[in-house]
Design a protein around this ligand. Structure first.
Ligand SMILES: Nc1ncnc2c1ncn2[C@@H]1O[C@H](COP(=O)(O)OP(=O)(O)OP(=O)(O)O)[C@@H](O)[C@H]1O
Length: 359
């Protein structure tokens, strides 16, 4: 699978622009702020129906314009398919495959597998557990439709349970039977998610460790530790135990929405004890493992976006990563960088066809 052509209309800083891409390597070069990351984000948009960088959809419309449109023409198993994402101010976003609108966005996820490596990944280390949960969810969802469906259902029930807890507090009332209906549904969906996250990490962790070794030359040991309350007890039991607390706080304090993934280096949290270089290598290894996991599960080679990669790693490490493109495992690669010469230097060494777009 590869992206042949990308057209942007009023997307962030672009008026109207079309790119014809190489099957293997494409690079965007130019000064700070010219829109290199925005092009990568448009490609991300086509895969996920949202921006990697800006969660407020309307802020991706060019200032002063009423709508944006991103169109991608893909070669999927030698068939041309067209995907369009568009958004009009004040309206719902629309995603179309070959001119047909999806009824649900979730149907689209996994269709155009993609992995992005960007300086913004630092959030995975520095921010709260929700960012790491989203990471796990996005990796599993790209190859497991049932997971995404179950997660959506879990979140719906969770919202309903939280609304009920608020209602109890506001009306000074309580109805155990009513709450129990939600507890059982949360247990049903939560157990599936817990099992799927556990088995995902069993497969994912060794891939990650191997990728880290490759990037860091085996100097230190790294670990991913799945932290979940559901290892200790069934969710319905936990919900009963936390009832008083939940009623007091008016939201659900236990469940898979509290899971976390601890990042450790030589048994210590990387956030506090990892050097900047180690943190960078950790994140890149995590993303390369994501790539490999999706490739194995879906049998498709995800598109790989390397945003400002030189900002994260020294030239040798970048060369190591880009050299991987030579391996058959990799598909299409998009790179953004401020320096044309160093980018060209690295991609030339792969002996793969490449194209450089100067923005
Ligand atoms: N909705 C929008 N409308 C118009 N311009 C926008 C919008 N959103 C972002 N921009 C502009 O896009 C530019 C940033 O583009 P981008 O992040 O792609 O730059 P870049 O080339 O990757 O730069 P760097 O090398 O600094 O990472 C900024 O000039 C910003 O003002």
């Amino acid at each position: 699978m590869h992206l042949k052509k990308l057209s942007l209309l009023n997307f962030k800083n672009f008026d109207s622009q079309t790119f014809d891409f190489q099957e293997k390597i494409n690079c965007f070069v130019g000064n700070n702020g010219v829109g290199k990351t925005n092009v990568l984000d448009a490609i991300y948009y086509l895969s996920f129906g949202k921006s990697y960088f800006n969660p407020i959809a309307s802020q991706n419309i060019k200032h002063g314009q009423e709508f944006f449109m991103v169109e991608g023409e893909y070669d999927i198993n030698e068939r041309i398919e067209t995907f369009v994402c568009s958004l009009k101010r004040g309206s719902k976003k629309v995603i179309k495959r070959n001119d047909k609108e999806y009824e649900k966005f979730s149907e689209h996820i996994g269709h155009l597998p993609l992995v992005i490596i960007s300086p913004a990944d630092r959030d995975l280390i520095v921010e709260g557990s929700d960012v790491r949960r989203k990471f796990i969810d996005s990796v599993i969802s790209q190859s497991d439709k049932l997971y995404l469906k179950t997660l959506i259902n879990y979140n719906k029930v969770l919202q309903q349970r939280n609304a009920l807890l608020k209602y109890f507090a506001a009306n000074r009332t309580f109805d155990a039977l009513n709450l129990n209906v939600y507890n059982e549904q949360l247990e049903q969906y939560g157990t599936i998610i817990h099992q799927k996250r556990t088995s995902f990490l069993e497969v994912f962790t060794p891939i990650f460790e191997e990728r880290y070794k490759m990037i860091s030359n085996e100097k230190e040991s790294v670990k991913l530790v799945y932290k979940t309350q559901l290892d200790a007890a069934k969710l319905t039991e936990l919900l009963v135990q936390s009832l008083d607390k939940d009623r007091m706080l008016q939201y659900t304090t236990v469940g898979i929405h509290k899971d976390d993934l601890a990042f450790e280096i030589d048994e210590f949290p990387i956030k506090k004890f990892g050097s900047q270089g180690q943190q960078k290598s950790f994140l890149v290894a995590l993303k390369l493992a994501q790539f490999e996991f999706i490739r194995r599960q879906s049998n498709k080679k995800p598109i790989l976006l390397l945003d400002d990669i030189f900002d994260k790693l020294d030239d040798t490490r970048v060369a190591q990563i880009v050299a991987l493109v030579n391996e058959d495992n990799f598909g299409q690669l998009f790179i953004s960088d401020t320096h044309e010469e160093r980018t060209e230097e690295v991609v030339k060494r792969t002996n793969q066809p490449y194209q450089i777009f100067t923005l």
